[in-house]
Design a protein around this ligand. Sequence first.
Ligand SMILES: [Zn+2]
Ligand SMILES: [Zn+2]
Length: 121
Amino acid sequence: MSVIGSLIFCTDCGNLLRESTGDANAILHCNVCGTRNKDTIPQTIISESKPSSFPSALRAKRSAVQTLSAEDRKTEAVIKETCEKCGRKEMFYTTVQLRSADEGSTVFYRCVCGFKKTSNN
Ligand SMILES: [Zn+2]
Ligand SMILES: [Zn+2]
C-alpha cells in the first residue's frame, strides 16, 4: 500500500484506487488486477514521489487492446470461386493489403460451410 496525500494506490499494480474513505476497516478493491487493498487513514503527507511505484497499469491496459478477427471484417464480397470442401460455387472474399502497395495483396476466401483459404496476388 502506498499512500500519497489522500490517494491510495494498489500495492500490486500501482493503479489509483480512490481517495481514502477514512475508514481503516474498508477494503479497496483494485479493478485492474483484483488485489484487495486495505484502506488506511493517511497520517502524514508523503511528499517524496516515486515514479517507479507507478509501474504497469498502463501497459496492462494496452495489452487488452482488441484485435479484429476475420469475422469482424465488414468488406466481404461474393466471388465465383468453388469451395474445395463442400463444392459451393460462391465464396465470400476479402482483400487485405498486407505490406506495401507494390507487393500485391492477400485475398481471404470464406465459405458458409466454414472452409477458409487465402491466396496471394
Ligand atoms: Zn492492482
Ligand atoms: Zn464450402
